[in-house]
Structures are given as structure tokens and as C-alpha cells.
Design a protein around this ligand. Structure first.
Ligand code: NAD
Ligand code: UD1
Length: 339
């Protein structure tokens, strides 16, 4: 029975991956400092899976705490979700982001090496493509960063590349997620942003449920089919499945591979709003606002590498994404808090 350590296992993508791993028969250890998550998420994962998660409260920058976990369990591989991800916040607190994301990853890798655990799946992001010149975006596209969050992901990618160069017996998958949305079809686990959501889908869902009056659409004068920004939205359950495929791949291959996890299809903000309203039969009032600083017109994946290497491709539809996001929001209007 393989033990998989999930750093940040209580978070949005971590909790869905924990569920998929438990259902596939893995032993799951979550190591999370709960800086952006709740213990309730993993309790619900356990209920859904009918199996236990070994939940450890700790910070990836705390080497001694990580040592204890690696000493205690025969860990086969690590899926490293732990990180801070709010772009705006990262511009105000760069040192905090570099410390948490970059220094935390270095500490994790050091402890892994000491315990001869050299299989790692890392949560990267399409943000490493910066302002991509062409779409769809292939893994070979130029990389750049436009904010400290993106820079932290790019730095970690470089660190992992250097690590594999120096120690070729590591097996590392760098998964570049596009725009994760949706929730488990039970409506029991989902995305629970703190305060005002930055991302589109949770904002739409909060408008639909009446927590916010109107969605501001950031610009309708982009060079896209309807003028609003286009992104590659990917269902979080598909994303979770991609991590299982990456773990299987790592068990047979050494070296490092960066792999896009996206659908390959771009939808605009208006496409998303219309689909959400139609499928869920709920109103989503919106207004057109100025462009958001730093936004790009269009961003979607060239997803072929994931299929060729991992035999993974997204299966859920746009209707699944908006239906499942809404079920989670409706059943949990205040996320994991009861207030
Ligand atoms: P999330 O905030 O829900 O999950 C991250 C988890 O990591 C949280 O549970 C948080 O408490 C934990 N964490 C943060 N710092 C920690 C630390 N120092 N020690 C231990 N735990 C820590 O975010 P998510 O959406 O599930 O994202 C998971 C990963 O995927 C992140 O690295 C994120 O940057 C990356 N990513 C997310 C998106 C997205 O849109 N959701 C897109 C691309 C990449
Ligand atoms: C965000 C992050 C990026 C990360 C990506 C995937 C920012 C600036 N960038 O980008 O680093 O890699 O998520 O997680 O946060 N929109 C509105 N109104 C809103 C919210 C969003 O019109 O209230 C629009 C945006 O302008 C964009 C689209 O919706 O066109 C998607 O926005 P968002 O969910 O924030 O994702 P990204 O812009 O791709």
C-alpha cells in the first residue's frame, strides 16, 4: 500500500486529490498549516471515501516537523500543493510569498532527499507563461513572471530543474494548472476563498447565491470573440485525476517533466456567466468594469503532452463545471464555516 504525502492536502485542489487517492486505494497523509483551509474539508473527504486521512498540522518551512512525518511513515511520493496563491496579496507581501512558497519547497526537498523519497508532483501554474504571445500554450513556450506569486512558481520550477540536473535519480512532475473550477459532485467539498474572491467562478457563485450584488466583468474590449477575457477552465475532479496519473508516471520514469493540465478550450467571462445562469437556472447580474491590471486577453492550454505522457485528458464539460460549482455554493453558502 503506497503512502502519499500531500502538502496543503486540506486546500481546494488537495482535498479533491485526497479523495481521488483514497478511492484508488492509496494511504493519504495531509500536512497542512491551515493558513487557507479548514480541518472540515478533510473530515468530509473521509466521509465521502469511507477511509481515513492521516492529518498532520504543520508548516513546510518547519524542517523538524517534516522530519517527524518522514520518520513515522513509509512515504513513497509527495504531491506538493502547499503554497500561497493570491496574486494581489503577493505584490504587497513579497517576502512572505517567497518564504512560504520558495523556502518552504527547498526545505521539503531537503527532507525528502534525506529520507530517500525522490518522487515529487509539484503544483505549478499557467501563470509561469506570463503574457503568452500565442495560444494555445505549449510547455515549450517562454516563461516569465509578472508578480511575486508567479515569480515564486517560476523560481521553484528552476530549483527543481537544477535539482534533477545534480541528482538524476529524482522523478518530478511539474503540473501547470490552468484555471481550476468546480467541486466534487456531492457538493460536500469545494473552493472556499477567504473574503472577497479574486477568481471568476467563486465570484459568480457568490453573486448567484445573493452574497454579492453584481459581478464586475473586467473589460469587454479584448481581442476575443465577445471582448471579454478567455481562459481554460478545468474541473477540479479532472485535475485531481491528473495527479494520480502523474504519480503512476513517476513510478516508472526519472527526470523532470513540465506538463500542462488544461482542457485546451478557452471560454470567455460572458460564456461562463451565461452557462452558469442557464444550466443552474439562476440570475447572475453583471456590469462591465475597466480591465484588471495585469490581465491578458486569452490563455488556454495545448494539452497534448498530458495525454501523450500521462494518458490523461479532461473529461468534464462546461455544464459539469458550472453545475458542480453551484451545488457546492448552494449547499455551503458560507463555505466550511457555519457562520
Ligand atoms: P489552497 O489555498 O486551497 O490550498 C493550499 C493549501 O496549502 C492550503 O490548505 C494552505 O493552508 C496550505 N499551505 C499554505 N502554505 C503552507 C505552508 N507553509 N505549510 C503547510 N501548508 C501550507 O489552494 P489550491 O487552489 O488548492 O492550490 C494548491 C496549489 O496549486 C497551490 O500551490 C497553488 O499555487 C497552485 N495553483 C492553484 C491554482 C488555482 O487557481 N487554484 C492555479 C494554479 C496553481
Ligand atoms: C488568476 C491569477 C493567475 C492564476 C490563475 C489560475 C490573477 C491576477 N491571476 O488569473 O495568477 O494562475 O488565476 O488560478 O489573479 N474576471 C472578471 N471579474 C472578476 C474576476 C475575474 O471579469 O470578478 C475575469 C478576469 O478578468 C479573467 C477571467 O475572469 O478574464 C478569469 O479571472 P481569474 O479567475 O482571476 O483567473 P486568471 O485571470 O486566469
Amino acid at each position: 500500500m503506497a503512502y502519499i504525502l500531500l502538502t496543503g492536502g486540506a486546500g481546494y485542489i488537495g482535498s479533491h486529490t485526497a479523495l481521488a487517492l483514497l478511492r484508488a486505494g492509496y494511504k493519504v497523509i495531509s500536512f497542512d498549516n491551515y493558513s487557507n483551509s479548514s480541518t472540515t474539508a478533510l473530515q468530509r473527504v473521509e466521509q465521502l471515501a469511507g477511509a481515513k486521512v492521516i492529518s498532520i498540522s504543520g508548516d513546510i518551512r518547519d524542517e523538524a516537523a517534516l522530519q517527524t512525518v518522514f520518520r513515522q511513515y513509509p512515504i513513497n511520493a509527495v504531491v506538493h500543493f502547499a503554497g500561497l496563491k493570491a496574486v494581489g496579496e503577493s505584490t504587497k507581501m513579497p517576502l512572505h510569498y517567497y518564504d512560504n512558497n520558495v523556502a518552504g519547497t527547498v526545505t521539503l526537498c531537503r527532507v525528502m532527499r534525506e529520507h530517500k523519497v525522490k518522487k515529487l508532483v509539484f503544483s505549478s501554474s499557467a501563470t509561469v507563461y506570463g503574457d503568452a504571445k500565442t495560444v494555445p500554450i505549449a510547455e515549450t513556450a517562454a516563461r516569465s513572471a509578472t508578480n511575486p506569486y508567479g515569480q515564486s512558481k517560476l523560481m521553484i520550477e528552476h530549483i527543481l530543474e537544477d535539482l534533477v540536473q545534480a541528482e538524476p535519480d529524482w522523478s518530478i512532475s511539474v503540473l501547470r494548472y490552468f484555471n481550476p473550477v468546480g467541486a466534487d459532485s456531492s457538493g460536500q467539498i469545494g473552493e472556499d476563498p477567504n473574503g472577497m474572491p479574486n477568481n471568476l467562478m467563486p465570484f459568480i457563485a457568490q453573486v448567484a447565491v445573493g452574497k454579492r450584488a453584481s459581478l464586475s466583468i473586467f473589460g469587454n474590449d479584448y481581442a476575443t470573440h465577445d471582448g471579454t477575457g478567455v481562459r481554460d477552465y478545468i474541473h477540479v475532479v479532472d485535475l485531481a485525476a491528473g495527479h494520480l496519473k502523474a504519480l503512476q508516471y513517476l513510478s516508472k520514469h526519472q527526470g523532470i517533466e513540465a506538463i500542462n493540465l488544461g482542457t485546451g478550450t478557452g471560454y470567455s467571462v460572458l460564456d461562463m456567466v451565461k452557462a452558469f445562469s442557464k444550466v443552474n437556472n439562476v440570475a447572475v447580474p453583471y456590469n462591465i468594469a475597466p480591465r484588471r491590471a495585469g490581465d491578458i486577453a486569452s490563455c488556454y492550454a495545448q494539452p497534448d503532452k498530458a495525454f501523450n505522457l500521462l494518458r490523461w485528458q479532461a473529461e468534464k464539460t462546461l455544464d459539469d463545471m458550472v453545475r458542480d460549482s453551484w451545488r457546492w455554493q448552494r449547499q455551503n453558502p458560507n463555505g466550511y464555516s457555519n457562520s
